[in-house]
Write a protein that binds this ligand. Sequence first.
Ligand code: FAD
Ligand code: DLZ
Ligand code: SF4
Length: 508
Amino acid sequence: MVSRLILVLGDQLTPTLSALREAEAGDVIVMAEVADEAAYVPHHPKKIAFLFAAMRKFAARLEADGYRVAYTRLDDPDNTGSIPGELLRRAEEVGAREVIATQPGEWRLIQLLDELPLTVRQRPDDRFVCSIPEFERWAEDRKTLRMEFFYREMRRKTGLLMVDGEPAGGQWNFDHENRKPAPDSIDHGGPMRFTPDETTEEVLALVERRFGNSFGDLRPFHFATDRGQARRALAHFVKHALPKFGDYQDAMLDGDRFLYHALISFYMNAGLLDPLEVCRAAEEAWHEGHAPLNAVEGFVRQIIGWREFMRGIYFLHGPDYTSRNVLGHDRDLPWFYWGGETKMRCIAKTVEQTKEEAYAHHIQRLMVTGNFALLAGIDPWQVHEWYLAVYADAYEWVEAPNVIGMSQFADGGVFASKPYVSSGNYIAKMADYCGQCHYSVKKKTGEGACPFNLLFWHFLNRHRARFENNPRMAQMYRTWDRMAEDRRDTVLAEAEGFLARMSAGEVV
Ligand code: FAD
Ligand code: DLZ
Ligand code: SF4
């Protein structure tokens, strides 16, 4: 019998993967650590180590289950350095002509597989609640794509938090009870940490050798690297943090990097946890009276709402989505995103945490680093590459719509009704960074004025033609117009001065 190859990518570590479900006796599972995937953006060393360790452990488990696995390690002398290269090499080795794959989460790889001189069958990735055709049907003929309406469909479809066909508690969304400013301290010990096992230590040594100079600290390393550990991390979150997830979802604390967040996106995105099992665990905590509805609904919405919606948007808009730049932003990403010095404490703390943890929570990504890049007019492609590289949960299907769409408005508002921009006020309200900052968030102009305050008006002014008729932004333009003309001139001149100093490499 002629063998076929079954491809399992680094973010497809799920025993019930569509490609694996088709495996028959004699088929060869191909898994490969390759330079092309590890280096096409300078991934954070923790992200590479997490994936390689999880891949090795997953391959060992497949072998134990009786599969024939051809696993390539990064330092194997015969490693061709790319997924297509490894498939061709293995095809020749075993005399295979056919490859079964689960569709990758990135157009780049989908196209590379399509171009292979082998018969490649790409099966749908059905580890999501909503399939791509289903999302396309939902989006068809809608003038605007709003997550909230999509989310309600997903609630109905899954039955999550539904009682007799109606949303639990009589409302779809409890956000009015959420989003409190930062608490003084956190009443639990933070996320679960795992001591690296032998496989993980071996990978850490490899990653240290090969990627030790990249942005990001490899050690200490405490990610879960298999499904059992990931399930423990989930249980830990449900027990300790979920009850207050809603309340402090948008808060930021100088002294606490994780607050009440779950830290499970890496595990879901790599396939170690299933999104529905995660939501059911949260729902059960509500049934048991352990977590309130506002927390559980908010959490479930992030997963069957935002996560699924973002994937739908990515595949709906095709391979060119990542190069969109409707605002014409072209400034280079400042060096302080890669760890260079900055006097803006909110940015310095978020980047420091990103470097050490390969993690920042949603509001840090959106309202600190994302907001600043948008206000400062940074080239969205560079912003996209940065986010794809530095976060351990970043894969293009989820990262690109969050960055190009939600955060940088570079797609012109495919699903966001207005750009997420704010002055320093928002950060001052939701975080405690400002107290220790070189700048003063209360100062709108002059020496020591918070740069977010200056750039906010600069952004609105330079994009007036596009946004002034947006009803959600009209009030901001009215405020701007009410300012005395000489004050407006001062704000714009100081913002220009700041941008010029930043682009010249001065510490700002
Ligand atoms: P929690 O805050 O505890 O939320 C629970 C889960 O909800 C997450 O694990 C995640 O799976 C899901 N979720 C929440 N918000 C979103 C969202 N906007 N899109 C998709 N899923 C969401 N998430 C990624 O998984 N990968 C990315 O590359 C990524 N890039 C982002 C870039 C920007 C600019 C922004 C604003 C957000 C990005 N997000 C991304 C979404 C979000 O920031 C992360 O999912 C979240 O911070 C992960 O941490 P957590 O598991 O502690 O999440
Ligand atoms: C992110 C990543 C990295 C760093 N390395 C590998 C790898 O060596 N082998 C592999 O199969 N997958 C890797 N990945 C994940 C892929 O980049 C991912 O499958 C695509 O980006 C599609 O989501
Ligand atoms: Fe950030 Fe401005 Fe606050 Fe400083 S004052 S931490 S720059 S928002």
